[in-house]
Design a binder for this molecule. Sequence first.
Ligand code: NAD
Length: 310
Amino acid sequence: MKSSSIRSAAVIGSGVMGAGIAAHLANAGMRVVLLDVAPTQLTAEEEKKGLTLADAAVRNRLAAAAVAKMPKAQPAQLYDPAWVKRITPGNLSDHLSLIGDADWIVEAVVERLDVKREVLAAIESARRPGTLISTNTSGLSVSAMAEGRSLEFRRHFAATHFFNPPRYMKLVEVVPTEETDPETVALLTELCEKRLGKGVVVAKDTPNFIANRIGTYGMLVTLSDTLEHGLTVEEADALTGPAMGRPKTATFRMLDLVGLDTLIHVVDNVRERSADDEEKAIFARPEILSALVSQGRLGEKSGAGFYRKQ
Ligand code: NAD
């Protein structure tokens, strides 16, 4: 099969990453179904806009639109303003059967093994045999996620780990399990490279794969150094941003963009799967992350994290 035959996709989870991935796929010409659990609570922004809880589909579309806004600096011809019409949003319980139309299903729900397993079981019940399934996990065990699924499912399953924001970050880690067909790896790689304009690295199914293992370590060191030296987050960002050749979204702005709740899952995952106590100590969860999340400061998605939304 060639990547050009992949015409439709389903993205499950319409948060920071799911919405961004859906927008990117739609922009590349695919029809996309974007599903999430029906919300139990409106965000402050949604309340201000007068949305109702029953309006889950609108909420999802808004999320996609917010993430997919294109910066003026990008060449206009790269973007197709019709992309949003190619996204059909909905909630997972009512619209599960729509997955049956998708050639490629991307799981992008919260970074928890139990939730991802449940969602993959639901996907299995609705997908057409032979279709591709990938997870956007930041570094949970891809093999563990696939446990309980049929061999046919597992042969078509791997991780496609996009980076945030998915439209602009070039790297995708493709992470197969021992049971993933080589054809699946080749097709996902071709899809990401040729259709989505990404650069692919095929990584092993180790905790946090390659980039996030290094990135998590770097983030923890910067965080502890900042606290130890009494720097403000603005000062730390000034030091670790454009001055070092990195974009304006330096350390703390980037952490707010990622989501501090997601970051906790990522740090906990790599620590829990560490080889020994020394490694566990390196990946200890910083108290400040727990404190901010317990105050509802999840980063940009909740309006405040290390920074407050301007
Ligand atoms: P998020 O918190 O923004 O969104 C998670 C979404 O999952 C929410 O919309 C939530 O309603 C939905 N969800 C929860 N349980 C569900 C269920 N049972 N069925 C359907 N939807 C459900 O998180 P995110 O940042 O978008 O992360 C999603 C995945 O992408 C995670 O695996 C994360 O580790 C990974 N990831 C995140 C980043 C990042 O920078 N945030 C980068 C790369 C990969």
